[in-house]
Ligand binder design. Sequence first.
Ligand code: GLU
Ligand code: MG
Length: 459
Amino acid sequence: MDEQDRRRAQERAQVIQRQLAEQDVRAVAVTYVDNVGITRVKGVPLATLDSAAAWGVGISPVFDSFLFNDIAITGKFAPGAVGDLRLHPDLDRITVLAAQPGWAWAPGERYDQRGERHPFDQRALTGKAVAALAEAGYTARAAIEIEWVLGQQADGDEFVPAVHGPAYGMARLVERSDYLREVLTALAAQNVEVVQIHPEYAPGQLELSVAAEDPVGAADTYVLVRETIRAVSQRNGLRVSFSPKVLPEGVGNGGHVHLSIAKDGQNLFAGGPGRFGMTETAESFTAGILGRLPALLVVGAPSTASYLRLIPQHWAGAYAAWGLENRETALRLVTGPVGSQQSAANIEIKCFDQTANPYLAMAGLLFAGLAGIGEQAGLAEPIDVDPATLGTKELLRHGIRPLPASLGEAVAAFEADQTLFEAFGEPLATTLVDLRKAEIEHFATATAEEVTAALRWVH
Ligand code: GLU
Ligand code: MG
């Protein structure tokens, strides 16, 4: 960021200041997501937005070393309490918050004091992955599905469901129709294109999906939608959990990523000579992701609770396999109905959850897919049954492996993956490993009940 960039940002922010003042905005929440998937924030009074746009606001680098419980780890590259970074609002995405009167929001970008992008900046990493993809001639579109559990306000960590009735049942929608309308109204006012909203399976569980956009935009939208759901819930005296496993038993909250790539405006997941209309490139892109899924879980299913969710027959996609509309394989190919494939076809990564930093998850998937294209990787046979119903021999014959059953197994796979390690850069990759190992140690003797309680209301 040079002098000219700063001046331009300042002038632009001054125009925005006047527009936001007319909408009674008093302050802008500038967020970034840390390495354990927690959205952190600095608030900027509207009057100083122009200065924040030009110079950023100070933010300690130590947050990249925080565990879920706000304790910082130490490690070879783990940032400590010394030093300062500058958090800049991305003015292109500034949004007036409908459920937080007087507030606007902008995703933040972190620079060092010389004006260089901070090497740990997760959002910049997604941008880097998008640029690498563009360099190879491709564009990507993505969306993240949000599942959440609504609880009554209660003292302590207890979960008391605030939605009742059968899974996917109209009874749930009727019970919470005012609340769900408020969520939709707020998101519409914030220009978020919602595609679906519905009751889910687990006690108190709901789900919302949004339209696909560019990967950085999709990760930004995900942050905005979650915070909007949180705000509307709190205004209704309710509490929200995005944790992968709110209770030790039953179905968890996923954070499924939908992803497709295109060349010259043509969706490569449709109209090709490969399986179910995929092009060869889409197959290789998918194979690149499939082969690296165990390692990718370090960013996609990065908490101890993730592995309480990631079990067979819970629609979490616990097997490293893919299939057409298969909800028990980690990768579910979605083609859309006949006639809509060009816009609809995509691959859904089901094994990811919402303890993930969406920018890291998105970057990991894009780098893995791109590596698959570079390797011209062949895609395994699709699976059209629930892998859990196959015997060990059959699984072996199809080359299907269960995904890591613990965070430790995922870390081992990530450490062995040269491509991802290089793409993330040694300082960030090493720190991710150190953080995961510290969490494993923290929960070494914890029961499932203790893990779910500790992470229930954090994200
Ligand atoms: N709740 C399930 C999960 O943990 C997903 C259900 C669905 O397929 O939408 O991922
Ligand atoms: Mg769902």
